[in-house]
Design a protein around this ligand. Structure first.
Ligand code: PLP
Length: 427
């Protein structure tokens, strides 16, 4: 007999309460445009270096097609430990203080699910990567956002974090160099946050996926290497960005043994092990991939200059970020919200950028643009944006001193360049 149609939709309350990613709607529209220039997706435009791809193929040919240890291949963990120690001064035993994961995405989820109880508060400076807050909510925790501000380059201070600490606080999430702003945090500021964590007995979860992508001689500080941090830090990193390996799904979590064991419980039941051929590729990346990282980094540095200079030239004030491959220009002078700006730019000029509000309320007034795309695309995107800005109706614009300028006091739009129209200063 046919059963009656169910009226239940079966979706859990926790999942129902989570908003869909604000990024997705842009990709759905962008996918329909053949001449799209996407500055939206946060991934390298480079194909994974050939020798890394070849090593993965060779592993398949050697018949390495089964599961690995839940922790990941021992050889890979040894290389990860050695890389972290020589590069960043963070020391982990490869046998029991590292888990290889399916990207930093899984590593973050493990870190949160293994440590957060229902109602525990997790401090997340924002704007921040879009997965942090939903993962906390899915684990039954409460995300507590700490705003950062454009006026000081979205810097995060220990005092701002301290103001958000309550008796329910358990974890502070750090993600530097930052997605979406590209900003990095100095060693002294990180040390102050570590001191705070010690004082209030809190765990630090540090997502350092952009640690290798820093510019102008900036030295990345690994949170776990700071005095007082190691035994209260879960360090996350991976291969997606530095080695152009987003599709391989390879990352890792490092922590004191008892925290790794807790994460292992979630990992072994939820994931079992990271993809085997990706792990062999990771071994090759760590052994022989440094010249590739350096070459890609040099190219990103060139593109960063191109986009920062280009945006400032056309009238969108844009800081020069120290890390990652994002810029986060100020669009307040257009009089549009970040969602309006990104939607209209996409429809009018077929350039995809992500509204800053997607990354938290403090991201409003900005859009995120990823410059991991070709020089030709970046130049064309800037031309299209200049055209877009030139067509915008008059709007009150902010000047460099923060004072509003009435539209009526500006010259006619037909005779103005976008830069003049927006009256922006650069920084
Ligand atoms: N963490 C940050 C800050 C990211 O920007 C991203 C991807 O954009 C991830 C984690 C996800 O990394 P993975 O590809 O290793 O899962």
């Amino acid at each position: 007999m046919i059963q009656p149609v169910s009226n239940r939709n079966f979706v859990s309350a926790r999942v129902a309460a989570i908003p869909p990613s604000g990024i997705r709607k842009f990709f759905d529209v962008a996918a329909t445009m053949p001449d799209i220039i996407s500055l939206g997706v946060g991934e390298p435009d480079f194909v994974t270096p050939e020798h890394i791809r070849e090593e993965a193929k060779a592993s398949l040919d050697r018949g390495k097609t089964g599961y690995t240890s839940n922790r990941g291949l021992a050889e890979l963990r040894i290389l990860i430990a050695s890389d972290l120690s020589t590069r960043f001064g963070a020391t982990y035993h490869s046998e029991d203080e590292i888990i290889v994961t399916t990207g930093v995405s899984e590593a973050f989820d493990l870190a949160i699910r293994a440590t957060v109880d229902i109602g525990d508060e997790v401090i997340i400076p924002e704007p921040s990567y879009v997965c942090y807050a939903p993962c906390v909510s899915l684990a039954g925790g409460v995300p507590v956002h700490v705003p950062t501000h454009d006026t000081d380059g979205f810097a995060i201070s220990a005092s701002a974090i301290e103001a958000a600490i309550t008796p329910r606080t358990k974890v502070i999430v750090l993600g530097y160099p930052n997605n979406p702003t590209g900003g990095a945090v100095s060693r002294a500021d990180l040390q102050a946050i570590v001191r705070l964590a010690v004082q209030h007995d809190l765990l630090l979860v540090s997502d350092e996926i952009y640690a290798r992508l820093v510019y102008d001689g900036w030295t990345h500080t690994c949170v776990a290497s700071l005095p007082g941090a190691w035994d209260r830090t879960i360090l996350l990193n991976g291969f997606s960005k530095a080695y152009a390996m987003t599709g391989w799904r390879l990352g890792y979590a490092c922590a004191p043994h008892h925290l790794v064991e807790a994460m292992m419980k979630v990992h072994q039941y939820g994931m079992l092990s990271a993809p085997t051929m990706a792990q062999y590729a990771g071994i090759e990346a760590l052994r022989n991939g440094e010249p590739d990282v350096q070459a890609m980094l040099a190219e990103y540095a060139r593109r960063r200059t191109l986009i920062v200079d280009g945006l400032n030239r056309i009238g969108l004030r844009c800081a020069r970020p120290q890390g990652a491959f994002y810029v986060f220009p100020d669009i307040t002078g257009t009089g549009l919200t970040s969602d309006q700006f990104a939607t209209r730019l996409l429809h009018d000029e077929h350039v995809a950028a992500i509204p800053g509000s997607v990354f938290g309320p403090s991201g409003e007034g900005h859009v995120r643009m990823c410059y991991a795309t070709s020089t030709a695309h970046l130049e064309e995107a800037i031309d299209r944006m200049a055209r877009f800005l030139g067509r915008l109706p008059l709007a009150p614009v902010a000047t460099g001193d923060g004072l509003g300028v009435e539209a009526a006091s500006l010259p006619s739009p037909t005779t103005r360049t976008p830069t003049e129209k927006l009256g922006r200063v650069t920084k």
